[in-house]
Design a protein around this ligand. Structure first.
Ligand SMILES: CC(C)(COP(=O)(O)OP(=O)(O)OC[C@H]1O[C@@H](n2cnc3c(N)ncnc32)[C@H](O)[C@@H]1OP(=O)(O)O)[C@@H](O)C(=O)NCCC(=O)NCCS
Length: 169
């Protein structure tokens, strides 16, 4: 299995068409959507998803590709004023889980954040999302590392989620 990481742009028409097809297929399962993006109700609505996060020019998005197929995604929001970056929407296709792919894309995003001189990485998750919690803790993310909420976006107001942090510089 040769997996590559490719940048993708939700605001590019061709990329967006491909992402819409992939995400519609992934989120046929309401449970997957609920744990992943609690701000959205089932059935999955791609345009709402896009509008919630991807209108900002500070967000960069990436796909994991296996033989031309998208098998995973991940995005990162950069806040250069505060030197903080927020990782979002890490998702691995069910057939490709437990092969180190989420770790691979998160490490890639961490390297990118490092290059851009970010100091703190954060991310949010639902407390009942045990696989994600284990994954993030293994990579070095911790709760209560940082007190303030500089990197606020609409997800930061979501009371159902917890925020984890990692110091990278
Ligand atoms: C959570 C998710 C991203 C993990 O992706 P993955 O590619 O399977 O993760 P990795 O293979 O890199 O796992 C690394 C480590 O995380 C932990 N982990 C991952 N999935 C786990 C699971 N289902 N149960 C327990 N631990 C798990 C393990 O410690 C694992 O290491 P190991 O396989 O050597 O034991 C994936 O299950 C997924 O896409 N879930 C749905 C979307 C989601 O919840 N995203 C996170 C939103 S905050």
């Amino acid at each position: 299995m040769f997996i590559s990481i490719k940048k993708i742009d939700y605001n590019n028409k061709d990329d967006s068409r491909i992402l819409e097809a992939v995400l519609n297929n992934w989120f046929i399962n309401p449970k997957e959507l609920n744990l992943f993006e609690p701000r959205l109700k089932y059935p999955f609505n791609y345009n709402k998803w896009k509008a919630l996060t991807y209108n900002s020019s500070n967000v960069e998005s990436f796909t994991l590709i296996n033989d031309k197929l998208i098998i995973g995604i991940g995005s990162i929001l950069f806040n250069t004023d505060s030197s903080r970056a927020h990782i979002m929407h890490i998702f691995i296709d069910t057939t490709y889980r437990r092969k180190g792919l989420a770790t691979k894309i998160i490490k890639y995003l961490e390297k990118l954040a490092n290059k851009k001189k970010m100091k703190i990485l954060s991310l949010r998750l639902m407390p009942k999302n045990e696989p994600a919690k284990k994954l993030y803790e293994k990579i070095g993310f911790q709760e209560n590392l940082i007190q303030d909420e500089t990197l606020t976006n609409s997800s930061a107001n979501n009371k159902k989620t917890i925020k984890l942090y990692k110091q990278i510089n």
